[in-house]
Design a protein around this ligand. Structure first.
Ligand code: ATP
Ligand code: MG
Length: 266
């Protein structure tokens, strides 16, 4: 797949396909931890995102598939056997088209477009140092959008939020808080914003985010992804909980950037 983590599309034993980021990816081991935390949190927030799984690659699989490797300049790094992060490809890659971008005319028709506002709340809280990224597909909305209040057979465009490797400033596990980070590159998704109220219910859900969900995310992380980072993770998550109360202010601070993403906010 495209991108700095050099993810690979892999068919797993459950017959489904996953976009897999390897533990020894070129970015950092912590990227996988960030992805897994995001996955648990987004499920709680009911924002549409691909299901995720912890994927085991055996030495036999790697030996049998020499095209699975990491490119470093002109050299190659072997993928380690063991546990890796997988993001579910929504369907059969031979049959289901997944788009990285939609033109504005189609973007405007995405059924869960408002979730980009929820995602901004999430990205500000977790200090995502990257721009917002998502994939799009045309499908039965009920199957992919947890909040879709529509007829079970209704087909439309859905946005699924992906790429959470750079939460907490990626490998640094810090909170940088620049006004422009975490925004989606199409202003259209923020056009409806008139006030902070438009970021509900997500603002309140983060403001009162349950500590149990944070604990559950920490419990799901394979020990091999931490290796000496356990206390750093604990500190990171404590700081994250402390930041819950600042989330509205962080969203409002977007207006202090060079370009105000919310031109209609009074
Ligand atoms: N669940 C998924 N289903 C289909 N395609 C996906 C999925 N997850 C990721 N992709 C595709 O794989 C690409 C790489 O994924 P992602 O953006 O998470 O990796 P990355 O290497 O961290 O990227 P970046 O360089 O932007 O940080 C995406 O641009 C997207 O096209
Ligand atoms: Mg990416």
């Amino acid at each position: 797949m495209r991108g700095g983590a050099q993810a690979h599309l892999v068919e797993a034993e459950d017959g489904r396909f996953y976009v897999v980021k390897f533990r020894n990816n070129p970015q950092h081991r912590r990227i996988l931890v960030n992805e897994l935390i995001a996955s648990v949190f987004l499920k709680y927030l009911r924002i549409a995102a691909p299901e995720t799984a912890i994927i085991h690659l055996s030495q036999e699989f790697l030996d049998a598939n020499p095209e699975v490797y990491i490119q470093l300049g002109s050299g190659r790094r072997a993928v380690e056997p063991g546990w890796h992060f997988g993001s579910l490809y929504p369907g059969d890659p031979e049959r289901v088209a997944v788009y990285d971008f939609l033109p504005d005319t189609l973007l405007a028709k995405v059924a869960n477009l408002a979730e980009f506002l929820g995602m901004l709340v999430f990205d500000k809280w977790t200090s995502n140092a990257d721009s917002r990224q998502s994939i799009f597909l045309r499908a039965r909305l009920r199957e992919w959008v947890p909040n879709a209040a529509t007829h079970p057979l209704r087909v439309g465009f859905a946005a699924l939020m992906i790429d959470h490797g750079y939460l907490f400033d990626g490998p640094h596990w810090e909170f940088a808080d620049s006004p422009i980070q975490g925004l989606y590159f199409r202003p259209l998704v923020y056009e409806s914003v008139r006030s902070l109220d438009d970021f509900q219910p997500w603002l309140d859900q983060v403001r009162y985010f349950p500590e149990e969900v944070v604990d559950e995310a920490a419990r799901q992380i394979p020990p091999a992804w931490l290796e000496g980072d356990e206390e750093n993770l604990e500190r990171l998550l404590e700081r994250l909980l402390q930041r819950r109360k600042r989330v509205a202010e962080l969203v409002g601070d977007c207006r202090k950037g060079r370009v105000n993403p919310f031109p209609h906010w009074q």
